[in-house]
Design a protein around this ligand. Structure first.
Ligand code: ATP
Length: 221
């Protein structure tokens, strides 16, 4: 599909009292994550963004345990000193209790907790591209506004076309591209390379102290 994504719909802009939801494995959390969450809060005027650390990832496997990923995310958010950014462990708790922890279950739990409060799901390009593979994605797009971070002018993917056809409310978050990824950080740790400014110093220290990511998943300890 080569058509450019249409401009954000005027009626897609959520009110400031909408609750931002930002989910990820955060394996580990890095500066790209903090950049997108803060850009979404800035550009949409959100007062609060919940960081949802996945329990047992639905789409991919995680390298570090949920407890480690939660601890690292907590450290990264403490270093930000941004009261809008709030850690939320409900997906980890749900997974540990053997309950459904996929995104649709998370959104349903927020709807039950905050009836009538608009919800904004913040996501980057890779999650956007695979969104139509998420469980209950048609219900999800009716239940939240999608705040997507994508390159301006980039062609709309088949997934985006399907989302728009399903009535998704999409708003675009503008963000300077940064190729940092958790995959790259895990590789750097395995290779003994410095992490530089990809993660906060407290997260780098945590990775070092707990000897995380030294071996590929499934490799010898
Ligand atoms: P991995 O490399 O293990 O696939 P990741 O770096 O993509 O991980 P996730 O925890 O899977 O991190 O991503 C959480 C969210 O952050 C997703 O919506 C993803 O699109 C977004 N994201 C990840 N890296 C960036 C980045 N560099 N810039 C903007 N958004 C990002």
């Amino acid at each position: 599909m080569d058509q450019p994504l249409p401009p954000p719909r005027a009626d897609a802009a959520p009110p400031p009292y909408a609750l931002g939801l930002f989910g990820g494995r955060f394996d580990p959390v890095h500066r790209g994550h903090t950049a997108i969450a803060q850009a979404a809060a800035d550009q949409l005027g959100l007062h609060e963004v919940r960081w949802l650390v996945t329990g047992q990832p639905v789409h991919k496997t995680a390298s570090a345990s949920a407890d480690h990923r939660l601890a690292m995310t907590r450290l990264a958010l403490e270093a930000l000193h941004d009261p809008r950014m709030v850690l939320d462990d409900r997906e980890v708790r749900a997974a540990q209790q053997g309950k459904e922890s996929a995104s649709h279950a998370t959104v349903a739990s927020f709807q039950a907790q905050y009836p009538g409060r608009p919800l904004v799901w913040i996501l980057g390009e890779d999650q956007l591209a695979s969104f139509t593979q998420w469980r209950q994605w048609q219900w999800l797009v009716q239940s939240v506004t999608l705040a997507v971070c994508r390159r301006p002018g980039a062609a709309a993917t088949a997934s985006e076309q399907a989302l728009l056809a399903a009535g998704a409310r999409l708003c675009q978050i503008l963000l300077a591209p940064d190729t940092v990824s958790s995959t790259d950080i895990r590789q750097r740790v395995r290779d003994g390379q410095p992490l530089g400014e990809t993660v906060s110093p407290a997260v780098a220290r945590y990775i070092h102290d707990h000897q995380i990511y030294l071996h590929p998943p499934g490799g010898s300890p």
